[in-house]
Design a protein around this ligand. Sequence first.
Ligand code: KG4
Ligand code: ZN
Length: 333
Amino acid sequence: MRRLILGIETSCDETAAAVVADDMTVLSNIISSQMEIHARYGGVVPEIASRVHLSEIIPVIASAMDTAGATAGDLAAIAVTGGPGLMGSLLVGVAAAKGLALAWKKPVLAVNHLEGHLASATMMSDAIEYPCLVLLVSGGHTLLARLAAPDHYTILGATRDDSAGEAYDKVAQLLGLGYPGGPVIDRMARDGVDELRFPRPMIAQGLDFSFSGLKTAVRNYVRTQRECDPKRVAISFAAAVMDVLLAKISLALRPGGFRSVAVVGGVAASPLLRERLNEIRERYGIAVILPRLSMATDNAAMIAAAAWPQFLKRGGDALDFGAQPRWHLRDSV
Ligand code: KG4
Ligand code: ZN
């Protein structure tokens, strides 16, 4: 008999549901993005996000079950992002998951969104070799982790202020390029020389990150120029971010012991970053794993995938769990 987990993800501005089998086959991965709605306001408006989740959640779940050809009887469990994220957004997914768990008499698991991103690497089981160094670069987070096994990780370093994606989005806003800024800046920065040489904060200092100083340097530059060429700024900003990300991967790899590298999260969708990672492949002779684009940005398949080892270990969670907007990722036990 098939054993499937239905995953639900509503932590920010994507309403997503997916069905993933115990061998990590993704049977469906439905994402309804609110990006165009929020673009009008230059960023995610939490009130609007939760209202749109509310109208989208049931059709998105129904579509994920239909596309997978799954019925409630096929489900081993339901997994939902419990945090971190926007409170109102998280609550919609959590309430839907609990409601279905009660109606269908299934166990339900609250999954950390960041564990979901880590799972977008571990679910590529043909490519990954452990221990694997994972760089998670998203809109909300930037961290490095050591994965010893799919559900066994240690955090090696994290950002002390902004995430890389947040810096992309804020610089794009400064340049009037709209929301989300990552893909726009990334496209503009694809070719050209780094003339402005913005700072590379903490580049040689351990495995933590800092991006707010870079953002401030860009802001100061833009404010003091009478005319500012957005392409020139985008090229130099992206070069600084990429240099930092690559330097941190190198720093983590240098002592040895890793057998693969994975880069996950929204910024991993960047073709610029994907290209620069060849430097890591060549210098260290190590496999660099990149999730498919639909798995790099927020999705529910990664939540269901992260839930599988947890379901096998603990079965399910008591139904009184709530949304945890500031759920901190700690080393797994
Ligand atoms: O993982 P994600 O979908 O959501 C969070 O969990 O935060 O990441 C979204 C972030 C945004 O900051 C967006 O600007 C960035 O990923 N992003 C990119 C690209 N595509 C999305 N950044 C750089 N280049 C891209 N092509
Ligand atoms: Zn995310």
